[in-house]
Design a protein around this ligand. Sequence first.
Ligand code: MTE
Ligand code: MO
Length: 155
Amino acid sequence: MASPSWGQQNPPPADGATVRIAGQVTHPLLLHETDLLTMKRTTVNTTDERGEAAKYEGVPIVELLQRAGAPLGKELRGPNMKLYVVAKAADGYQVVFALPEFDPGFTDRVILLADRRDGHALSPREGPFRVVVPGEKRHARWIREVSTLEVLQAP
Ligand SMILES: Nc1nc2c(c(=O)[nH]1)N[C@H]1C(S)=C(S)[C@@H](COP(=O)(O)O)O[C@H]1N2
Ligand SMILES: [Mo]
């Protein structure tokens, strides 16, 4: 049955398998799932929103920000202290992090761009990428289906 256009039941392959690092960075990035596999990866043992154990695997977001040229380490001072990161998802949900939340000079907590849970790729509802914020009591910033991390500066 030929169809002149893609319908709701039969969408084109979504280009959701990428994540953009954009905004006030020197090297904006478009990363594919396979790019994340070549980067420094970490596993985080944590609990999900229902309190169930979850082993998430992926890349520390600081690695992505570093690669994109966001100011971190010694550069994270002065006017750069008003930089923040907006994470945006396919469903329009957005959450904000201050840049120092990712910097190991400020915190030992590792915020992850996860692409696997308990040894499996994330489900379409959750992935392909999800931000995992260990130790946070509420999971509102564990944004699913992340498409973009945008570095911006408070006015
Ligand atoms: N894209 C997206 N991510 C999201 C949300 C959302 O509405 N959209 N809700 C958040 C909230 S409020 C919570 S509590 C957790 C719930 O995670 P779960 O759906 O895996 O249980 O997802 C977070 N991530
Ligand atoms: Mo929530």
